[in-house]
Design a binder for this molecule. Sequence first.
Ligand code: SER
Length: 322
Amino acid sequence: MSGKETILVIGSCGQLGTELVESLQKIYGAAQVIAADIRRSNNPVFQNGPFEILDILDQKRLTEIVAKYKPTQVYHLAALLSATAEQKPEFGWKLNMDGLFNVLNLARDGGIIKKIYWPSSIAVFGPNTIRNNTPQYGAMDPTTIYGISKNAGELYAQYYFNRWGIDVRSLRYPGLIGYKSAPGGGTTDYAVQIYHDALEGKTHECFLSEQTTLPMLYMPDALKATLDIMHASAADIKIRTSYNLAGMSFNPNEISEAIKQIIPDFSITYNPDYRQAIADSWPAIIDDSRAREDWGWNPAYTLESMSKDMIDNLQALKGQAI
Ligand code: SER
């Protein structure tokens, strides 16, 4: 698995990309992992291996980078997330769809890329979807531009697989929570900021209401799922749109209670904004049994164990910074 693979990570400086590059460097060797993004982040992980500036809408530049490094795998993570895409709907659609087409078409026509990872999201579901234990198949009808683009992207991924044999693998991520990198533009981002506020002794002003339950996943589990689906044998990937994936579900009140178990003085207030409507259109609890059956998915973290780990690690990082 680790021998001759070369991996290109597009959108490498985002919340997931930063941590994924670090994990891939450990598995394949830093020289084999090419990080690319529209701008460079100063996270030290990017000093370990090659880095290229890439606007994913620039097909010529993408073609040049692929010709230069000959990546056998591409992790294509560049996208506008739910909240940002609602602010810039036309650009959200363009970036999310044309970016995907650029990667898929190069895999089809270039003969170099053998495997693609492309993330989908719980945003593919909408108000007509069953909210509790949302099944893999059922009503989708997303109402956000982000969700519409991910829903269409899933169907295109499946189409490229069926028609041209392009090996695209995908997960419908819930909100991702981690301490190493910041999220940007998502409706679930409060669940990261809340830990920072707690450690800084601030009251967290939540942009979602107290009872808004959403599916979430701790970053070590998200990385495990991503690497596991990419390392599974192609025959085990029976869903070529995207797999439902879950770790835990909680609302802002429940996460604040979990934090109070560790930081008793922590406080939260509620001031819902436009992101409330996005959250209200999404599922609360996801049924991820197909991922468990097909390629052995099994998350390790609960709200309680994640909270302890987040707080321990953020405390250590903040200690280093002093
Ligand atoms: N975390 C994402 C968002 O909030 C969901 O995929 O946009």
